[in-house]
Design a protein around this ligand. Structure first.
Ligand code: MG
Length: 377
């Protein structure tokens, strides 16, 4: 790993590693990190994710995703975390670095006080969900490594209960869709991004190649409830499992109407972010899609699953385009959910980590690798 690109979080502002700091100064900072300080030491580095294919959704298209890689060190053990910032969530490299630079994790000498540390992180500023997730993930990785166990074991989960995970096919030309279907061969579920005029055409192309189940994410693309119902009816004859965020997030009443008439479950994504948003959704949606970059990490994601189950809701775990760091962290929760959509690491060409694997279509984390289950490539 190139530590020279990392920025040491001091709680007193940034030590910028790119130009103002000398290598010897950073080496000195790194030496402090390597010692047994008995304190949590934070460092972070902007890292632009390169997408294998341009990502075309109903509302925009892009070829990169801004990202910040995070490390938290304690007594020589390093936990890895990550903030991924797809533009629609409103965070950026600048906002994440600014938030992380405000944190003073050095005030904590016991990393097992997870509640207390994350409560402090949450209190520093509102929003900043991806930035907060990067700290949460790195802390979980650190704690798991100190305990010598992966988080699915710490939570007492059975890995064989993880559902099949889906591979995402975006809106594209028939030629590119066929090429993507080749990449999707290890998967037993295909996730189809919809919300444009050629929605049915995309499904027909996929159905000309395979009969495996699909799930559909309309990304708020259907603003007419009758059209949305027509589409869910059509999809229910196409071996579709559910429809995610069919209508704009503001259209709650219409979504509730659709849910009442639809044969397929209607799943919430863009309409919610954090734990307190969930009870209200139960009236309009059948289930929720949890993503660590929305939930501020694994700790709140676990609470979300418990709450959604208590409300009788379906649960899906998803991700952004991310390295294997954040995707493997999400995969630790997979045994608790109905559906998994954890392919974000496969959509990029510059992953920094080895971690999550797809085995017989199932999302799998290394059984005996502690923490979130990753190692640097
Ligand atoms: Mg979605």
């Amino acid at each position: 790993m190139d530590r020279r690109k990392f920025i040491i979080g001091t709680g007193l502002g940034l030590i910028a590693a790119t130009s103002p700091i000398s290598i010897s100064a950073l080496d000195s900072a790194t030496r402090n990190i390597a010692g047994k300080s008995g304190r949590l030491n934070l460092s972070f580095m902007p890292y632009e994710l390169q997408l294998r294919h341009s990502f075309n959704l109903a509302k925009y298209s892009r070829t990169t995703t801004p990202d910040v890689q995070v490390e938290i060190e304690y007594d020589g053990i390093i936990g890895y975390g990550e903030a991924s910032m797809p533009p629609y969530l409103g965070e950026s490299v600048e906002s994440v670095c600014a938030f992380l630079s405000k944190l003073d994790l050095g005030q904590f000498s016991d990393p097992f006080r997870l509640e207390e540390i994350l409560e402090y992180v949450d209190s520093v500023d509102e929003g900043n969900r991806a930035a907060k997730a990067s700290i949460d993930i790195a802390l979980h990785d650190l704690l798991g490594k100190i305990m010598g166990q992966p988080w699915y074991k710490i939570w007492g989960l059975s890995p064989e209960k993880s559902p099949n995970t889906s591979f995402t096919i975006g809106i594209d030309t028939p030629e590119v869709v066929k090429q993507k279907m080749e990449e999707a061969k290890p998967y037993k579920v295909i996730k189809v991004k919809m919300g444009l005029d050629n929605d049915k055409e995309l499904v027909e192309i996929i159905r000309s190649i395979t009969d495996i189940p699909i799930c559909v994410d309309a990304n708020q693309g259907w603003s007419d409830k009758n059209y949305a119902l027509e589409m869910t009816e059509w999809l229910s004859d196409k071996n579709c499992l559910f429809v995610e965020q069919p209508m704009p997030k503001e259209m709650l009443e219409e979504t509730g109407w659709l849910r009442k008439h639809s044969k397929l479950p209607i799943i919430a994504d863009e309409v919610f972010q954090r734990l307190p948003d969930i009870p209200m959704l139960n009236e309009y949606y059948d289930g929720i899609n949890i993503k660590l970059m929305k939930s501020t990490g694994m700790h709140e994601a676990y609470k979300m699953i418990v709450l959604a189950r208590a409300l009788g809701m379906k649960v899906m775990i998803g991700c952004m385009t991310e390295t294997s760091c954040a995707v493997s962290a999400a995969a630790q929760l997979a045994p608790l959910v109905d559906w998994a959509d954890l392919d974000g690491n496969l959509l990029i060409s510059n992953d920094r980590f080895d971690g999550i694997k797809i085995v017989n279509g199932q999302v799998t984390v290394p059984a005996d690798r502690p923490g979130i289950g990753v190692k640097l490539l």
